[in-house]
Unconditional design. Sequence first.
Length: 68
Amino acid sequence: MTALARNPIFARLRFLGTLMLGAYLLINAILALLAPLTTGWSTWAVTALAVPPMVLGMVYLVIPIAKR
């Protein structure tokens, strides 16, 4: 194991970066998939539809990948 991998600050920054990238990609993918279905909807309605899959994706996909 390298000294860089054992550094807790580097580990936290890598975890944070992975979470940010994963969340960004997940949210944009979900919104892109919903866009044809939600044309003309208000922002709060699109958000209400998009949040449940976003939460599930973060809990079961992005966070476990980031913890590796």
